[in-house]
Design a protein around this ligand. Structure first.
Ligand SMILES: [Zn+2]
Length: 355
């Protein structure tokens, strides 16, 4: 069994610029942990590319062809998956992280099946495998709780967090659904994880991440929260979430560990540098805001009309699609499926973010 933790991750929920900020923190414990995190993520890039190209090889089929979840406990080590602690149909355990991983992966499965008739991530009944309490080596052969969650092309892995900035990563339904949506993408448009196509990849994961939560809570677009990862943060006045889809760039401000949210909310401020794989977690703020504006102007539950348009776009885009392709395609789908008024609303939303 290989030592893994983030061995072949496609996407981690905590973006590199947040980790880099923690590496400059005044707190030596946070600093040391962030450095371990950065070393690990540069070591895994090659495998990430492989797993994005070969998702089918990594899929485990469900024995029943229906919803099938397996939750493992990595027991604070970095070997995946760990010990099986809850299989499909098993009763609740005493461990809240195990139950959250089980329940929230089930909610995500139910959402895609009920809304889009999609049978699991691969639409072929793929088993949803989660490992909780994943640790990482600190360079001196000691283990500390992983300060992240990731989807590695075959399964989910969740750390327990450092307890100062992050807590158990299973706590946010939208984080679980975000990571599993990366899995859906691997079997559909498979948007290349770099530049604007990569920011669209992140955007879709945020969109369906929050839609699963809103659908589960039955919240309409005007009453729903558009925050990503609110529950995985240790509460503080300087932080509300990892990202705010409605108001990108405001999720945290002057935070001693995280700094200020750098996401742009308009094409005028798009990031064009090399960091964060060409701004995949940064520039996703621009389409995120367009989605929220579209959902709010159409009204009602966001998973209905806007969710259906975005899901169809996810199926139709290609690996190299850019923001302008996405804006054009969603307007076209809106017109074809829902008529001229919906098309107008979609166009207006993209225009407000400069597209
Ligand atoms: Zn992601």
């Amino acid at each position: 069994m290989p030592r893994v933790a983030c061995r072949r991750p496609i996407q981690c929920i905590v973006p590199p610029y947040m980790v880099e900020h923690m590496a400059r923190s005044a707190d030596p414990k946070l600093r040391e942990r962030a450095v371990v995190d950065m070393a690990r993520s540069s070591a895994v890039r090659a495998v990430r590319t492989f797993s994005q190209q070969m998702p089918a090889l990594l899929a485990t089929a469900s024995p029943t062809g229906r919803k099938h979840r397996l939750v493992y406990d990595a027991r604070k080590k970095d070997v995946l998956p760990g010990k099986l602690v809850r299989a499909e149909g098993d009763p609740k355990t005493a461990d809240p992280c195990v139950n959250e991983a089980y329940d929230y992966s089930g909610d995500t499965f139910d959402f895609f099946l009920e809304r889009f008739a999609r049978n699991s991530l691969d639409d072929d009944g793929m088993t949803l495998i989660s490992s909780v309490h994943v640790g990482e080596a600190d360079g001196r052969d000691r283990f500390q709780p992983m300060n992240n969650a990731f989807w590695d092309g075959a399964q989910m892995a969740y750390g327990d967090g450092d307890g100062e900035v992050f807590q158990c990563f299973t706590r946010s339904l939208d984080v679980v659904a975000h990571e599993l949506t990366h899995g859906v993408q691997a079997f559909t448009s498979n948007l290349a994880y770099r530049g604007q196509s990569g920011a669209l990849n992140e955007h879709f994961a945020d969109v369906f991440g929050v839609l699963v939560r809103q659908w589960r809570r039955k919240e309409s677009a005007d009453e729903a929260s558009w925050l990503v990862g609110a529950e995985i943060l240790v509460a503080a006045k300087t932080r509300r979430a990892i990202r705010d889809m409605e108001h990108p760039g405001t999720a945290y401000a002057d935070d001693p560990a995280l700094g200020s949210d750098p996401q742009p909310d308009h094409m005028d401020r798009i990031y064009t540098g090399p960091a964060d794989s060409g701004g995949v977690h940064l520039n996703s703020g621009i389409p995120n805001r367009a989605f929220v504006l579209c959902a709010q102007s159409l009204g009602g539950p966001a998973w209905e009309t806007p969710g259906a348009i975005w899901y169809e776009a996810l199926l139709q885009l290609s690996r190299t699609s850019q923001f302008s392709d996405m804006a054009k395609l969603t307007a076209q789908i809106a017109g074809d499926r829902f008529g001229a008024a919906t098309k107008k609303a979609v166009r207006a939303a993209w225009k407000k973010v400069g597209l």
